[in-house]
Design a protein around this ligand. Structure first.
Ligand code: ADP
Length: 171
């Protein structure tokens, strides 16, 4: 059964149990998808984030979604790309896996991921997509809890990369 979907657009408009935020370690807001999520969710999201004491790279924390159509936000911190020799690949996989585990613990059924680390954090998009898809697919193969995991791509380059990879691998 295919439980992986691809969607191109703004993650803040998605009606899912939780959207994942590509946050920074402070969890106090930033640019890119993080800024968009805080703008739509409203100031109560920042208030809740302030109580979380930040988040380590590769880990994840959960808050309510406030004014977002999604009930929850899972904030994860992807690695900054420094050339690939200091554990960036493992940390990116860990950001996806930690988010999946946290969603599972909270009994959420539908989840949407942005392309973590591929904006300001400069992770190569093709490699990031391969890691994201492999991590999610492995999880789904071993656990039938989730109904649907959506990769929410924003830019055309990521859309093309994901379309090719998902078709190739017969998600
Ligand atoms: P990071 O710091 O982890 O690189 P960014 O927010 O800079 O995070 O970028 C992560 C990805 O999120 C990029 O591929 C960017 O195109 C995408 N993005 C930016 N805004 C949105 C949005 N509103 N919805 C979905 N994806 C978005």
């Amino acid at each position: 059964m295919n439980r992986i979907e691809l969607y191109q657009g703004d993650i803040t408009e998605m009606h899912v149990d939780a959207i994942v935020n590509a946050a920074n370690r402070s969890l106090l807001g930033g640019g890119g998808v993080d800024g968009a999520i805080h703008r739509v969710a409203g100031p109560k999201l920042l208030e809740e984030c302030k109580k979380l004491n930040g988040c380590e790279t590769g880990q994840a924390k959960i808050t309510m979604g406030y004014r977002l159509p999604s009930r929850y936000v899972i904030h994860t911190v992807g690695p900054v790309w420094h050339g690939g020799e200091i554990g960036e690949k493992e940390l990116l996989a860990s950001a996806y896996l930690s988010s999946l585990k946290l969603a599972r613990e909270h009994q959420l059924k539908t989840l949407a991921f942005p392309n973590i680390s591929t904006g300001v954090y400069a992770f190569p998009k093709q490699l990031a997509a391969e890691i994201a898809i492999e991590t999610v697919r492995n999880f789904l193969e071993n656990d039938d809890w989730f109904e649907e995991i959506t990769f929410c791509v924003y830019d055309d380059e990521n859309y093309e990369i994901y379309t090719k990879l998902l078709n190739q691998t017969g998600h």
